[in-house]
Design a protein around this ligand. Structure first.
Ligand code: CA
Length: 449
């Protein structure tokens, strides 16, 4: 067993009484709750008069992908309730545009107070960049997960050397002259994680994603259909899609994102800033519940139960068999490549095998997302340079609230010393030094700027 598993196991034992209470609550959510269910709870609430939340209700959006697991577990295992947030609703969003529109409306108008986001959606919504100029200040509070994403390639391209590295970029660049159409790749929403991962992969392999291919936002089901019928070539996506693409023989995985950038920043928890300002204690109570859920999710012993819960009809509504392999870190890659099989390759939530916090929202990671935004020339008129990016991060990233919540909940051993995780190294040898993002931009060979 790795040190990582031992660490999370110890945490699990500490919170074992809570888990027992959570099992009761879980039963209660499929049946009308009874007075018995409440009195059976052996976990004393840690909420004192001093940190009683201002409200017990919050409405949080999520998408049915592994990134949202901690939100669902916090709800279903009773971790929100434990911290006094007894009326949290987690609401499935149809897609990223739907989540964006719902947070602009807010829960008062039938939308959401916040929830799960790709990056840098909270920054873009704050500035009105993806909301038709409607500025809705948001605050990034916690990172939900790392890993769990991949670049999938249609079966048509088997045997062409499209692995972590692209052996022959000309194969992709000359695709149009030989096939009458550009090599076509999809992600689910423009200018955020999935778009960045596939752009990074193409560019590292010598393919310019803006000039040599067609890259666009397409819904997952449509993308998979396109890969099946030969009209779509590549897909940047999250679990459980990569596993399904390989097992359904639609395609293969050229790279897991964790192979491109080990324990890379992935999706985040963010709320409307007006909600946080009105409910500072409730905000921290939500964070404590999610933090405890993240620790629970990382315990290998809980993964079967995790799959059972999230695969349910009211959440991901997908067969448990499809979610189990990624949650065991088991990835069949296809195209003759050996399978990967280690928990460290799958989705992780609280702490990575290097001992770094996953949950804590490092400002250095926000900076990478906004530096990459500059690299590709997204939102040029609003995000003009690194100074603007840094100011936006200082406004939107509220790692200070994460620290307060973690301190109050007693997770002090896992609070990082710095707001930076330090220099990041990618699979192609490129380094991102948060102290010198301009150097990173200058060194990149393929970029829009
Ligand atoms: Ca993702």
């Amino acid at each position: 067993m790795s040190d990582f598993s031992r660490l999370t196991r110890r945490k699990f034992l500490v919170s074992a009484t809570t888990t027992a209470a959570g099992a009761v609550l879980l039963k209660g959510c499929t049946q009308p709750s009874t007075p018995d269910a409440a009195t059976q709870s052996p976990a004393p609430s840690p909420v004192t008069a001093n940190d009683t939340p201002e409200v017990t209700k919050a409405t949080l959006g999520y998408l049915p992908i592994v990134e949202s697991a901690a939100l669902i577990i916090a709800k279903e295992k009773g971790f929100f309730t434990k911290y006094g947030m007894t009326d949290v609703t987690v609401v499935k969003q149809a897609n990223w545009a739907g989540a964006r529109d719902n947070v602009v409306i807010g829960s008062g108008g039938g939308g959401i107070d916040g929830g799960q986001w790709q990056m840098p959606m909270p920054h873009l919504i704050t500035e009105g960049i993806i909301t038709n100029g409607n500025k809705v200040p948001m605050s990034v509070l916690l990172q939900l997960n790392t890993n769990g994403n991949a670049i999938a390639i249609a079966s048509l391209h088997e045997g062409k050397g499209l692995g972590l590295k692209i052996n022959d970029p000309e194969y992709i660049k000359q695709f149009q002259s030989k096939n009458g159409r550009l090599f076509k790749a999809a992600h689910t929403f423009p200018n955020v994680n999935q778009d960045f991962w596939i752009r990074y992969w193409f560019a590292a392999g010598g393919v310019d994603p803006d000039k040599d291919i067609e890259l666009l936002a397409v819904p997952p089901a449509e993308t998979v259909q396109g890969m099946r019928n030969g009209t779509m070539d590549a897909f940047s996506t999250g679990d459980p899609w990569p596993y399904r693409i390989v097992t359904d023989k639609i395609g293969f995985l050229s790279a897991l994102t964790t192979e491109m950038w080990p324990y890379h920043p992935e999706e985040y928890f963010a709320l409307r800033t007006d909600w946080i300002e009105a409910n500072p204690k409730a905000t921290k109570a939500l964070l404590k519940g999610i933090m405890e859920a993240q620790q629970w999710c990382d315990d290998a012993a809980n993964r079967d139960e995790l799959v059972k819960i999230v695969s349910g009809r009211s959440f991901f509504n997908s067969p448990a068999e499809v979610l189990t392999p990624p949650y065991k870190g088991n990835y069949a890659m296809g195209d003759g490549k050996s399978a990967l099989n280690d928990l460290k390759f799958g989705p992780l939530y609280w702490k990575d095998p290097n001992g770094d916090s996953i949950s804590y929202p490092f400002k250095s990671h926000d900076l990478w997302f906004l530096t990459e935004t500059l690299r590709w020339g997204f939102h040029k008129t609003a995000i003009t340079d690194l100074d603007v990016a840094q100011k936006l991060i200082d406004k939107v990233n509220r790692e200070d609230i994460w620290r307060e919540a973690a301190t109050e909940a007693g997770f002090t051993a896992d609070i990082p010393a710095s707001t930076s995780r330090g220099v990041e190294t990618f699979f192609d040898g490129v380094k991102f030094d948060p102290e010198n993002p301009q150097r990173y931009l200058d060194d990149l060979k393929i970029k829009a700027a």
